[in-house]
Write a protein that binds this ligand. Structure first.
Ligand SMILES: *Cc1c(COP(=O)(O)O)cnc(C)c1O
Length: 429
């Protein structure tokens, strides 16, 4: 078997030196992978339990059109999400076009002119700068007279409790906490740490609405931010919870009153959750959520494997090879544009779709510098599928995530290493 595996890897143009180097790394990861499997098993059971308790049935896969009144599939899917996140209410809609839209909806729905939004964990994800108005933007919260305050993490990654206390004032209405590091090199927050932060801000001002940007974090741990006091928790269905099958969508879960505000903002005041046809997508949204724990575990194994491969080669990796994981993103600082381009070419070449195209750096809406993106995905832009992104700027870090299966993630890493190796941008020792 080992021979035929080596043969097919070599047919896919991975050289023996690369395979041997990676085999050496993998042999040290057995117990890590077992732990990931246990988390996936728990989360799989949690999802099945929620589907059973909400009596999911094939009638829920029927398509609705037009206004979408009485779409029981949609209502049941939302009940399943609310059960899994242990919260009162959920809005899970194909009309939430992406993660940014879901976050923008949750913020705009719950803030009013003169209110202030606080980020106690530093700068939010790039695309939210326009939403908030950190970068002037048409329709931003700033244009509606909603102000923004930010407290950065301390240099050691801890919360700046003193700074946060000072930043909370009589206008502070909402707190936004980004779980994942996104395109930064700060650590990702564990759900437990998010809980500590929420307790702290609520001890100062109990009525604060705490929202967590949960993108890339779903099913990485056995608990979610709503288990530790988050009032709202928001994410994208073309990331973890869509399981690679959801073709579009976002979710907002949390306290009934705040989720209801989101529904009124998404559709229209007075209409709220009652409208929104699902056009036959419910089947994929249910099945994707069912698959998600397993898919996330494959992506996590890929991230840990990559961290250990590149760490062994002397590159700086965040998270490092041994530390615990709280999202599926792996940052690897490769230190030169040539290396990040070669890495991305490898990810692309390993894809089941569009393996023959060559990724190039390009200007992207919402990003500061040119970005190179590698993905050969079944769903366009899906980043639960194996994908790599890198802004072409120092320190030349590539952000790598996803993989619908562990074996595909593994091939992607092998192929990235192969490209670096054949362009003589690394030395295998
Ligand atoms: C991806 C992401 C977003 C935005 O989601 P899109 O679907 O790309 O709009 C927001 N926050 C974080 C942390 C993300 O990873």
């Amino acid at each position: 078997m080992k021979d035929s595996l080596n043969t097919i890897y070599q047919e896919l143009s991975i050289e023996k030196e690369v395979i041997d180097f990676c085999d050496g790394v993998l042999s040290g990861l057995k117990s890590r992978f077992e732990e990931i499997d246990r988390v996936a098993e728990y989360n799989q059971l949690k999802v099945i339990q929620a589907m059973q308790n909400n009596r999911v049935s094939d009638i829920h896969f029927a398509a609705t059109t037009g206004y979408g009144y009485n779409d029981i599939g949609r209502e049941t899917l939302e009940a399943v999400y609310a059960s899994v996140f242990h919260c009162e209410s959920a809005l899970v809609r194909p009309q939430l076009t992406c993660g940014t839209h879901a976050l923008s909806t949750a913020l705009a729905a719950n803030l009013r002119p003169q209110d202030e939004l606080l980020s106690p964990v530093g700068k939010p994800y790039d695309t939210l700068e326009g939403v908030i108005g950190i970068q002037p933007s048409k329709g931003s919260l700033a244009e509606y007279g909603i102000t923004y305050a930010q407290v950065d993490l301390l240099p050691n990654g801890e919360f700046d409790y003193e700074g946060i206390r000072n930043a909370i004032n009589e206008r502070t209405k909402m707190v936004t906490i980004q779980r994942s590091k996104g395109y930064q090199t700060r650590p990702t927050l564990s759900v437990e740490r998010i809980g500590e932060l929420i307790s702290f801000v609520k001890s100062i001002k109990p009525e604060l609405i705490c929202m967590v940007d949960n993108c890339y974090g779903e099913f990485v741990e056995t608990i979610e931010p709503t288990d530790v006091g988050a009032d709202l928790c928001v994410g994208s269905l073309i990331k973890n919870p869509g399981g690679g099958l959801a073709p579009i969508g976002g979710y907002i879960v949390g306290k009934e009153a705040y989720v209801e505000n989101c529904a009124y903002r998404l559709t229209a005041p007075g209409l709220g959750k009652e409208v929104g046809a699902t056009l036959g997508l419910n089947n994929q949204l249910f099945q994707g959520f069912f698959m998600a724990p397993q898919v996330v575990s494959g992506a996590l194994k890929g991230a840990i494997f990559a961290a250990n491969v590149y760490e062994k080669l002397g590159f700086s990796v965040i998270p490092n090879g041994t530390e615990p994981r709280y999202d599926i993103i792996q940052a690897v600082t490769l230190g030169s544009p040539e290396r990040i381009i070669a890495f991305c070419k490898g990810i692309q070449a390993a894809a089941p779709v569009d393996s023959f195209v060559t990724p190039e750096p390009w200007a992207m809406p919402g990003y500061h510098s040119d970005v190179i993106m590698a993905a050969g995905a079944f769903i366009q832009g899906s980043s639960i599928e194996l994908s790599a992104d890198a802004p072409i700027e120092p320190p030349y870090a590539v952000y790598f995530q996803g993989g619908l299966t562990w074996y595909h993630a593994k091939l992607g890493i092998l192929m990235s290493l192969q490209k670096l190796y054949e362009e003589k941008l690394i030395i295998l020792s």
